[in-house]
Write a new protein. Structure first.
Length: 338
C-alpha cells in the first residue's frame, strides 16, 4: 500500500470502529445482561441490535470507499453484522500495515455463514420445512368469509397456503374458531398441513370529538402581482336571528342584530377593531330587504362578539349619533358528509 493511501485507510478504520462502538452501545442499552432473553435467541437478539445500530447511519459513502478497495461494502450483512464488520476491519488493518489485532469472531454472535443457517433453521421451526418445488412459504391473511366459506379455505390450502393468518383486529373469537375449524377440516380431507398465525390487535388511537376552535372569519380583497387592489372584498350583513344566505357570491357573511341592521343605509361607514387589533372599516354599497352589501379594500379577521359601529351626525343638533352591535356566531355551513 502506498504512503498516500495510508491516511485514508486510517480514516476508514476509525469510521468502522465508531460504528462498532455504536452497535455495542445499543446492544447494552436494549438487552442489558440478557436475563430476559431466552438463551436460544440471544445470538439473534444481539445481531438484531447490531443491525439496527448500523442502519441508523448513512453509510453509502463508506460503502463506496470499501468497494473501491475490493472489500465488503457491508451491504448484505444482515445475518452476521458484527462478524462482517470485524472482518473488514481486519482487512483494512492488514492493508495499512497496522499491528492492531481484531477478533475474528466474538463469542455469542453469529459468525459469517452461520447467520443464514440459523435463519433457515428457525424458519423451518416456525413454518415447517419448505414445500417441494419452492423455498418460500406462502402466508395468506384470510377475510371474514373464511369463517363461513369452507370452499374458500380449502382452495387456499390446495393452492399452496403454508400459513393462515387471522387478523384479530377484526371479527370475533367465534369467527376465529370457525376459520380454524374450516382449516383443520381441509387439512384432513387433503392430507396437508398448514400453520396458523393469529395476529393480535395492537393499541388503537381513541379520541373524543374535537372541540371547535375559535370561529374566525377572514376576508380579503383581490390584489394583482404588485399588491394593488383589483377587486374589494364583498361582505354580506344579515340578521343573526334569521340569517339569510347571500343572494350573490360573498367573501364573508357577518350576522348582526336585526334592529341595528335596519339602521344601516347605503354609503354608511361601519368601523371596528378586528381580532388582531387593527382598525378597519366597511363601506355599505347596497341595502336590500334581507340584508346589506358592504365592501372593504383591507383584510380583516372577524370573531363573534366583535363590536361594529356606525356614527351619524344629527342635522339639527350637530351631535353625532352612534349605533353599535356585536357580531353573532357565524352561520353553519351544510356538510355534505352528514
Amino acid at each position: 500500500m502506498t504512503d498516500p493511501q495510508l491516511p485514508e485507510l486510517a480514516r476508514l478504520i476509525r469510521q468502522l470502529k465508531l460504528l462498532q462502538s455504536h452497535m455495542l452501545e445499543l446492544e447494552a442499552s436494549a438487552l442489558g445482561d440478557y436475563r430476559h432473553v431466552h438463551p436460544v435467541h440471544r445470538a439473534s437478539a444481539r445481531n438484531l441490535m447490531h443491525y439496527l445500530a448500523l442502519r441508523r447511519h448513512d453509510i453509502r459513502k463508506l460503502q463506496s470507499e470499501l468497494a473501491t478497495l475490493g472489500l465488503s461494502s457491508l451491504g448484505r450483512t444482515e445475518p452476521h453484522v458484527m462478524s462482517a464488520l470485524t472482518a473488514v476491519l481486519t482487512s483494512l488493518a492488514r492493508l495499512s500495515g497496522s499491528k492492531e489485532v481484531f477478533a475474528q469472531s466474538e463469542p455469542g454472535i453469529p459468525k459469517i455463514g452461520e447467520g443464514a443457517l440459523l435463519l433457515d433453521k428457525k424458519t423451518d421451526a416456525l413454518f415447517g420445512p419448505p414445500p417441494a418445488g419452492r423455498n418460500v412459504r406462502i402466508m395468506v391473511t384470510v377475510p371474514s368469509e373464511a369463517a363461513t366459506d369452507y370452499e374458500l379455505v380449502r382452495n387456499l390450502l390446495v393452492g399452496g397456503m403454508d400459513c393462515m393468518r387471522i387478523n384479530c383486529a377484526h371479527d370475533s373469537p367465534e369467527a376465529w374458531s370457525a376459520m380454524i375449524a374450516n382449516l383443520r377440516r381441509a387439512e384432513k380431507e387433503n392430507d396437508k398441513h398448514c400453520k396458523i398465525l393469529m395476529d393480535i390487535a395492537g393499541p388503537k388511537l381513541r379520541t373524543r370529538p374535537i372541540e371547535p376552535g375559535p370561529a374566525v372569519l377572514k376576508y380579503r380583497p383581490q390584489r394583482d402581482a404588485f399588491g394593488r387592489v383589483v377587486s374589494p372584498a364583498r361582505i354580506w350583513l344579515t340578521s343573526n336571528s334569521n340569517p339569510q344566505a347571500a343572494p350573490e357570491q360573498a367573501d364573508a357573511v357577518i350576522p348582526v342584530s336585526p334592529a341595528w341592521l335596519k339602521r344601516v343605509k347605503q354609503k354608511d361607514r361601519i368601523r371596528f377593531t378586528d381580532a388582531r387589533g387593527a382598525s378597519r372599516a366597511l363601506t355599505v354599497t347596497r341595502a336590500v330587504a334581507r340584508g346589506r352589501w358592504a365592501e372593504s379594500i383591507r383584510t380583516a379577521y372577524i370573531i363573534p362578539g366583535l363590536v361594529l359601529e356606525i356614527r351619524k351626525s344629527a342635522r339639527k343638533s350637530g351631535v353625532a349619533r352612534v349605533w353599535r352591535t356585536k357580531v353573532g356566531a357565524p352561520p353553519r355551513k351544510n356538510n355534505p358528509s352528514n
